[in-house]
Design a protein around this ligand. Structure first.
Ligand code: F6P
Length: 550
């Protein structure tokens, strides 16, 4: 780059006004302000596999559910604030009858703020792309929870084809050639490159919601180069924590002909630069589900009544999808350790486990479900008596309001993931406790442990130590609980979901300005008109795909 361009960039970076300041309180308004001032006229397109609202047929009518997904709870308030377009797989049994002729539905229902564009997938597509390559391959590969990844060539082909289908729809939905596309997760590793080919000026931010393994683990994937090439079509690749950014850069370094500038967390590959940044995801503050909650005492009364618990019972809760990465059986084993080493707690502690059904056609998930049922059954027979059931497991979907009710009724929440990108249950529990009471027991292998340092941090593989951590939670003085909870609440309040999205949008704005400055400086006379958005030749963009080898 010419020295003048470098100077200009330095000046630009020095002077760029920023709201990314810890003193700023991040809200939907902050996001709207960033869009208005830094990205005027920009169209925000979100792409994810899971849709934020699912319409299902139920009892002859249409029922609406919000899926159990950290991704959805994080992105929904952001997309509302940006009035964007969200493209996702329409998987509900009534999804097709609730869209218009463009496969659009305005959401949230009753108070529409953005457009949901549903994408239809056949059973074969879903099997190969979602269950197959994404969840039988990439999910265990990235989580390293000692479940072997399965790589099938036919799944990979379907994964490629479905990524291509989503790329077509992004181009179809783009209003001009410079949208901001926020791609979510491991279902779409190839999508950034496919979009980049057809909308070269788009800002593409890909957020990988799960861990990225070290390069040795990653190397077993037969399509590792294609995956890296796909992701490097992004302007920015985001992870929850720096450690995963480092693992990603190490993988690129090992397998791709690229130049890595560690100082700037930048990768130059194929004539393009991608930034690799950490953005710790979070939840909205205050959470919408909290608004309708009665006081904590009332939540506790309702939950205790529902499960027939005596008032002096200590209640611990766990909330997640039924997934082998969450360490559900491991926490049950820790309760067993607690009961063995401190039998005075038998009869006085109840563990309520909510486990939303998930990916239930995959054998690994079916096996886990059965293992949990068997464990709970044997455990309750061993330690239960006269209506006392030490573990209550509800393997069914719950609404956010019901879940917040349970959080508020609990003495402690246990998050014992074997490996987790972030884990939003930990943050939700903290956000739900406006009474500053309750203890969070948190796995050191969840990204959230980097922020919520005042939790009782545990190694989920060490059942005895986790049992002792449970004892600590059971006996922690009120003052200490309050101190810890207060500090964690400040962290979640300040690092909320608007900050997560806002930091990405700000980085997108910086990139856009940087590209413009670079182009103006490097090609002065001819390219001066570059900043003006040209007429968008959508037909050309849509046709590009056919000419480019995948
Ligand atoms: O943790 C990764 C993730 O994609 C989350 O972002 C999301 O909450 C969860 O998995 C949901 O999984 P699924 O969409 O397969 O139910």
């Amino acid at each position: 780059m010419a020295e003048t361009a470098r100077q200009l960039l330095r000046e630009f970076e020095k002077n760029s006004g920023t709201v990314d300041d810890p003193l700023v309180s991040w809200s939907p308004d902050t996001l709207r302000r960033i869009l208005r001032t830094e990205l005027p006229g920009a169209q925000v397109i979100v792409v994810s596999n899971r849709e934020p609202y699912i319409h299902n047929m139920k009892d002859g009518g249409v029922d609406l559910i919000v899926p159990a997904s950290g991704l959805v709870s994080a992105l929904e308030p952001v997309t509302r604030a940006c009035a964007g377009t969200w493209i996702a797989h329409g998987g509900g049994s009534a999804d097709k009858i609730t869209v218009d002729e463009h496969d659009h539905v305005q959401v949230p229902p009753g108070n529409p703020a953005y457009t949901l564009r549903r994408v239809w997938l056949s059973d074969e597509e879903l099997q190969g792309y979602y269950y197959g390559f994404a969840n039988d391959g990439l999910w265990p590969l990235c989580h390293i929870a000692f479940t072997r990844p399965l790589f099938r060539a036919s799944d990979w082909e379907t994964y490629e084809a479905v990524n291509q289908k989503f790329a077509d729809i992004v181009v179809e939905e783009a209003r001009n050639e410079r949208p901001i596309v926020l791609i979510q997760d491991y279902h779409f590793a190839l999508l950034p490159r496919m979009i980049r080919r057809r909308l070269p000026e788009a800002i593409i931010i890909t957020f990988w919601h799960i861990p990225w393994p070290n390069s040795e683990v990653f190397s077993i994937c037969p399509w590792r180069e294609q995956i890296l090439d796909g992701l490097l079509g992004s302007s920015i690749v985001g992870f929850h924590i720096q450690f995963h950014c480092n693992n990603f850069m190490e993988s690129v370094d090992r397998f791709m002909e690229s130049r890595i500038e560690r100082e700037h967390s930048a990768i130059s590959y194929g004539g393009q630069t991608s930034l690799v940044h950490s953005y710790p995801i979070s939840i909205e503050w205050p959470p919408a589900a909290l608004a309708a909650q009665p006081p904590v005492e009332e939540c506790r009364r309702r939950v205790f009544e529902r499960f027939g618990l005596s008032p002096d019972t200590k209640l611990f809760v766990g909330v997640e999808r039924m997934d082998y990465t969450k360490g559900i059986v491991d926490r049950f084993q820790a309760i067993e350790e607690l009961f063995t080493n401190h039998p005075e707690w038998i009869g006085r502690l109840v563990f309520l486990q909510i486990a939303a059904p998930s990916r239930g056609t995959l054998p690994a998930y079916q096996h886990l479900h059965q293992e949990c049922l068997d464990f709970v059954d044997a455990f309750n027979r061993r330690y239960g008596s006269d209506g006392y059931k030490p573990i209550i497991m509800l393997a069914e979907h719950h609404t956010q309001e019901e879940i917040y009710n349970v959080y508020r009724a609990a003495d402690a929440c246990v998050v014992s993931s074997l490996h987790d990108g972030m884990n939003l249950v930990a943050k939700e529990f903290v956000a739900s406790r406006d009474d500053e009471h309750g203890v969070l027991i948190l796995s050191t292998f969840a990204g959230a442990a980097r922020e919520l340092l005042e939790a009782v941090i545990v190694n989920p593989y060490d059942a005895t130590a986790m049992g002792e951590a449970m004892l600590r939670a059971l006996t922690m003085p009120e003052d200490e609980q309050r101190e810890r909870m207060r500090r964690m609440r400040e962290i979640v309040r300040d690092n909320n979901i608007y900050r997560w999205a806002g930091s990405m949008l700000q980085d997108a704005a910086r990139l856009r300005k940087r590209n413009s400055i670079q182009q103006v400086t490097e090609n002065p006379p001819q390219r001066l008109g570059h900043n003006i958005v040209r007429m968008f030749d959508k037909r050309k963009a849509m046709a590009t795909r056919d000419k480019t080898p995948a």
